[in-house]
Design a protein around this ligand. Sequence first.
Ligand code: 26W
Length: 801
Amino acid sequence: MKLDEKKFTKDFVSEVKATYAIDVKDSSPLEQLMALGNLIKRYDSSNWKNTSKKYRQKDDKQVYYFSIEFLPGRLLKSNLLNLGILDTVRAGLSELGLDFEKICRSEPDPGLGNGGLGRLAACYMDSMASLGMAGNGNGIRYRYGLFKQVFMNGYQVELPDDWLRNGNVWEIRRENRACVVRFGGHVWLQPQADGHLRPVYDHTDDVLAVPYDVGIVGYHNGVTNTMRLWSAELPPSADQTFYSQAQRDRIDQITEVLYPDDSNAAGRSLRLRQEYFFSSAGVQSIVRHYLLDHSTLKEFPRKVAIHINDTHPTLVIPELMRILLDECDCPWEKAWQITTATMSYTNHTIMQEALETWPIDMFKGLLPRIYQIVQEIDRRYRQEKLPIFGENTVDKTAPLGNGQVRMAYLAVIGSHSVNGVAPLHTELLKKDVLMDLYRIYPERFNNKTNGIADRRWLQLANDPLSKLIDSKIGKDWRSNPKQIQTLSAFENDDKFLQDLEKVKIENKKNLSKYVKDELGITIGTDAIYDVQIKRLHAYKRQLLHVFEIIREYLDIKDHPQKKVIPRVHIFGAKAAPSYHYAKSVIKLINALADLVNSDKDIGNKIKVVFIPNYGVSLGELIIPAADISEQISTASKEASGTSNMKLMTNGALSLATMDGANIDIVRAAGKENEYTFGLTADDVYGYYRRGDYHSSDFANKNPELQRILNTLIDGTIPGISTEGHEIYDSLIRYNDEYFVLADYAEYVQKQKQISQDFTNRKQWEQRSLANIAASGTFSADYAVARYGEDIWQVPYDRILK
Ligand code: 26W
């Protein structure tokens, strides 16, 4: 949009006055943020209105991306960037004597997700809008986001994340679009005069779903899409006093808090209520919107694509069936054809414990009509597939089995497309996790490698690098990320390589200031910044990184005179509150940090920095400063990873196992520009098959490793007695489920190599450049375009180069 500085400052001053009845000079950063947010929303309102209008007029196919998690990050800067008014607003505010960065920081970062899955959903929203694709988000407006993490005596403590305390300036409450979601009670089928069976409900618990819409601004294209988040409220009643306190609480609870667990299917009925709540509300509003302009449902799958981001929204399948059968009088076969043609599903994990199942008794009690429909889906599935695939296979794959509703199986059976998120992951889905269903529906399976919104992760997070890139190759890469490849023409340009190094140092300064201010730790900018930022999980193996730190520590203690290249080991990670082992690893890292950071012999040679409360905003600060990107999961376990892509784009070299999208990153940037090591997925599956992994063999034959293991239990690291034993036992007594010891030797070898290589500054910068230049293919724009073409069959405006 067009905006000059003068107009902006005038508008802003009057906005502050109109909203708060004060002068700008008397306003707080929070008040400035709210006024600015209102103003931007107003500037963008025509785009938003016209976008919806245009989709409706052109009768474009719409995509609805259902996700129980969204991690959009702060929206102020990204909205300004995408509207093309970032520089104007920045200049205008500075003209008024205001601190733009401070205003940005006063915006709460909505933590409506756990990790990769939620952030991916947000990146895809940004890309859909930027491609001009009619994409809508559908999720939950949690009153409290993922907990705020603080450390007390090195232990993780979880505090509530009260992100809505001052309201959310970006949202619009649309009470007139609310709908009712039914839980519990009894249902029976009553024959109608025409022979149709109509369900009759009795004693249900009704909940009002109220949508809050957030505009998702596209990049320089005048498009604003909608992310719709639902909030649970009391349904209107003639006399609200009829609700008991218990009833009120039950309703409030539904959208009160995000499940802080990305590793286990939280077997709680509240989670199931959340899942049905936003699935039902979303599908109801889609059908209602569709019927505004269409008189029959025949065309539904040609006009609507519903995407299921992991299994949490799988109930959209029986919910759409319910609406078609019960409210639109569709015959079963027709309804099923419409439903499967509409739905598509992405799987994000091969971890068995994360595959959702619900006990049938609970499911039936909470969702009686939906259960009847799932039963019928199950019956017909068995009937159709039994003669072809036999009882054994059908039993193993049916939606109902072992007293459970199996969500992943229901999702595959009710969709026309099933995809994994990196080539290896998709292969493992076919070979292992969903093997039998792959046999039954081979044509449904496909891969869509994840991507990241480089607007946020490069353009916004790393302004100095972005400007340097502009100065070399112009700005085309900002709209066509693959064009960044042309930067490799400068691989022998010494001046450019030095500039690249300067940018990194500037970003390190930025981060080191935060670390000093917040944690009181001094870190130099000449050190290697070795970064591991992701959820704390045993399979992600933060432990392997810890072992390297202990090794370096012991080495310096043994040889105090030895010259070493200084390292800063940087961690960011939250553990699920119920994940005991992960919390022990947090305690271990913090205890090790205390030991190392306060040791005079160590000085600046090693620093360990565990930055609490990792999330999108901290990612934006840490990632541009990284030299090394630790992506060291046990091969086969990390479906894709996306921090690997963000770090690559910002010039970090990966230290990585051949897992998830690491494989594709290594292929794109060249093996010589990364550090790969460790067991492959085939090796890991070989161990499983033969059952011959003995972790203690690795400890026994490697005295250095043995010594490191001993530091966990011999008092070397003060303050971790129970945690140390627990971790030691997991590795030796319980045979090291994630092959940490098997990969140790090669990992350490690569770490030593890194220290050596880092001194060759020119070569290092060349390799950093190779990563940046190859990162374009991991832009979410291309990923979303492929979803649009292959799965959703929706058009988009932008021509991507
Ligand atoms: C039921 C609890 C629960 C909640 C979330 C189980 C599983 C999940 C997600 C599947 C966990 C997740 O975030 N998976 C990550 O998805 C990213 C985006 O595709 C991938 O890059 C990561 O590798 C994968 O771990």
